[in-house]
Every structure is written in C-alpha cells, then in structure tokens.
Design a protein around this ligand. Sequence first.
Ligand code: PYC
Length: 318
Amino acid sequence: MQLNWDPRPIHAIDSHTEGEPTRVIVDGGPDLGTGSLAERLEVFRDRFDRFRCATVCEPRGSDVVVGALLCTPQDPAAATGVIFFNDVGYLGMCGHGTIGVVRTLAYLGRIQPGKHLLETPVGPVHAELHADGSVSVQNVPSYRYRAAVPVDVPGIGTLHGDIAWGGNWFFLIGNHPFNLLPANRDQLVAATKAIRTALEQQGITGKSGSYIDHIELFAPPASATNSSRNFVLCPGASFDRSPCGTGTSAKMACLHADGKLAPGELWRQEGILGTHFTGSIRTEAECVLPTITGRAWITADTTLLFDPLDPFAQGIAF
Ligand code: PYC
C-alpha cells in the first residue's frame, strides 16, 4: 500500500518515563498546517493516520509505545507543540510522554533547566526541567465528573468507579478483586478491557458522551513511602508501565472531591513496576490543577526508514 506522506527518513528519539516508552518524532512528520494543536490533530487523524501507525506500530514499534509528534507552536513563547498518539489512536494529553518530550528537548540542546510551555490539543501545559533531570508537568485542569458509578462486568460482577478527566477520560476503581502485580498483567489487561467494553455497552461515558478509554485500578502501595499503587489500561490493549500522569491527575481530582487531598499535599502514585510520580494540586474554580513529577531516560537516537517496496512500510495495525 502507498504511503501518503513524503517517506523521507524520520529523526526519532526514544525514551522511557518511569518504565513507559515515548518516541518523539523530531522532524520529518506530515504537514498538518498552522491551526491550533486541536485542529492539527484532526488533520493528522483524517489525512495521515498511516503515519501514526508507521511510526509506533510494529515492526518499528509496539502497542506500548506512545508517539509524540513535535509541531511548531502557535505561541512563539512555547518550546514546542506536541500531539500524542499510540498504536490505536490519539491521546489528548500524556503525562509520561510530556516528561519524555522535555527530556528529549534537553537532550537535543533545545532547552535548559527551567520552566517551559508546551502546546497540546487539550490546552497549554507548563513543564519544569529540574537541575537533577527530573521533570514537573503542570497538567490541564482536571476534575471528577461522576462518583461511584456502578457497572456490571460479565465474569466479574458489579464494580463501582469514579469518572474523571485528567487530560484523558478515566474510570477509577478502588474496590475490585485483583492483585496489582506485574505477574498478573494478562489477567489485569483482560479485566480492564472487559470493564471498558461494559462501560461502552452500558452507555457510561465522560462528559458530553466522551468515550472512556483509560481504566485505572488502585491498591495499597508496595513501598511504604508511596500513597497508592495503580494499574492503568491505555487505549487499545496495552497498560501503562509508569504510574500514568493523566491517571494520577484524575486520581488527585477524585481525592480532592472526597476531601482527601488538600492543595499542596503530596501524593506519591506508584505504578505497576513500583516506580512513582509525585503529585500535588492547586485548585481553580471547579477543577484541580495537578502537577506531577517524574524521571525519563533517553534510550535511542534513531532514524526511521520507509522503503516503498516494504509491504509493512506503514506499520501493522492489528
Ligand atoms: O502518562 O498520561 C500518561 C499516559 C497516558 C497514556 C500512557 N501514559
């Protein structure tokens, strides 16, 4: 099948944030125009979806890789614009990915430690690169939409969860029968996919009918220094190896709504691998403004090649 973009070599930087990979497309991406990042996301989705698949799906990537396409920002004060995507589609925001983007910009020598503005399809995001290499991300305004919503899940029973926005839509479940251990990942993926399907079939959505594409389970942390452990199903069939920045934001919005997290109080969210993000909130109107801090490491500085004769040049979409 033909590629519908100029198939020149693409410069990509791979990193992982607390275990979760990000592939930053530095240049060579399709021309998405000069509209807002939300408008450019629509152009990407409508006209260049093959580029998404070619850069993050097999054989160049896998279902766990989150792509980050760097775009010229509208605001000249911004360090970059960025659109996040994965093997099945697009993400509004991505916390671990933003940390990966900031570390990548530092690796490229484009930014120094200090505060930086990034444009995303869901609004401006402020990030700070600290002298020790860690990155704090001030995420978009986050809020709990509905509390203790029942969902009947075939093979599991009735579960109750909160629906919250943290830059993506989440269904957050504290009370469930699962043990959040890496060894149980197949069971956890199957269960959270069943929950997501049940939500869809029972018409349970985010605001304005938005599809809930992230499912987040909670358990006590393995480390006494952390506040909680999570397991997060991402869009598609992969799970977040990190504690999920947008998921941590959604969790803090719910905690605040329950009177369990005060502004400035620290929340250490442990992920399935035992790594953590440190979070805190400020409040604004009906929302919380979450900040999450974590670390990322560069794993490859690479060139993606596209041979027009390759039957899988545009990636394998399972
Ligand atoms: O860190 O926000 C996040 C995220 C979303 C999906 C994967 N990671």
